[in-house]
Design a protein around this ligand. Structure first.
Ligand code: FAD
Length: 300
């Protein structure tokens, strides 16, 4: 199907983009990588009357290291993050980027577009929620930095005003003795995950967990923090029993729906299995081991 008719506008600065958003009205949309918006337009689930292309705005793409922060321009492509040496120091971010869809999507799709889309099945939402992440936004009233946990309001809904855009995504590098893992279970590469789990652990000594953050994707209207599962790990020795208790608590926190990707019960069990596995990888990374990890596919 062809998209509904729309006008195309190219913004050459952040100011021009916000002015265009204001002048073209509520039905105007920003165009970044187009990997969520264009498919929705083709099936006419999205019918914007105007597209404002932000790809020509200078300085909106790229990865900077600033002290203990990684700063991603909103237009930074998933593939740039996958292939970045700067990001390799935070393997959970590399693994998340490397498993998004296929090469074509990763070459076009952007980190800013993914967070703005706020798809509960999107990979970035879960992985970044386990990090100290803030979203730097630009609008006619100036700039504001919003912690990621406050950025998403509901499924496909953020706190962004209509004339506001994401300028940068800022991630604090994890502290010493910390490691993370992101595992998404997928039926094939170019589809969204059935369930995903992200874990970030900080160890106190070799085996004891000082701090934990766990986020679950695809099992709620938004990405969920599994806070009870985190509490099961925090302050405890990371033995099999503790990890099992955390996995069960994560399973209880999930609110999956049955759909073409699987039944609610199947997804709950996946949550438990993925959390157990991700905790194991995160703990080994926190101890300084180099552990390869990737998204998991049916039948592999
Ligand atoms: C076949 C296929 C498979 C996919 N599989 C996955 C997957 O497994 N995991 C996954 O995470 N994603 C997946 N995606 C989505 C992909 O990651 C997209 O790149 C991402 O969701 C949106 O980024 P984009 O840059 O393409 O945004 P666009 O499609 O250009 O925009 C998406 C929305 O965000 C808004 N927007 C874009 N940039 C900004 C900004 N800077 N500020 C404010 N609003 C903005 C747009 O107006 C639009 O409403 C898939 C896409 C396809 C086509």
């Amino acid at each position: 199907m062809y998209p509904h008719a729309f006008s195309y506008h190219r913004a050459d600065s952040l100011e021009e983009a916000t002015t265009l958003l204001r002048d073209l009205g509520e039905e105007a949309r920003l165009l970044a990588g187009g990997q969520s918006l264009i498919p929705l337009m083709k099936i006419r689930l999205a019918r914007p009357t105007a597209l404002i292309d932000i790809n020509f705005i200078p300085g909106l793409s790229g990865i900077q290291v600033d002290g203990n922060e990684l700063r991603f321009g909103a237009l930074t492509r998933h593939a740039d993050i996958e292939n970045s040496e700067r990001v390799a120091a935070v393997p959970i971010l590399h693994d998340c980027a490397a498993g998004i869809a296929d090469v074509q999507v990763r070459n076009q799709g952007t980190i800013g577009g993914s967070l703005a889309e706020a798809d509960p099945s999107g990979d970035w939402g879960a992985a970044l929620l386990t990090q100290q992440t803030s979203v730097r936004c630009f609008g006619p009233r100036g700039e504001r930095a919003i912690p990621l946990e406050d950025f998403v309001k509901d499924a496909y809904t953020t706190v962004l005003g209509h004339d506001e855009l994401i300028r940068e995504v800022i991630v604090k590098k994890p502290p010493k003795n910390s490691g993370g893992a992101y595992l998404a279970f997928k039926r094939s590469a170019p589809v969204y995950a059935t369930v995903s789990a992200a874990v970030q652990l900080t160890l106190d000594g070799k085996d004891s967990c000082k701090d934990a953050r766990i986020a679950l994707g695809c099992v709620g209207l938004t990405v969920l923090r599994a806070t009870q599962a985190e509490a099961e790990l925090r302050g405890n020795k990371l033995d099999a029993e503790t990890i099992q208790r955390a996995a069960e608590a994560a399973q209880d926190a999930a609110e999956p729906q049955s759909d073409m990707r699987g039944s609610a019960e199947y997804k709950r069990r996946l949550v438990s299995a993925l959390v157990r596995r991700a905790v194991g990888i995160a703990a080994r990374r926190a101890r300084g081991e180099c552990v390869e990890a990737a998204h998991e596919y049916v039948g592999r």
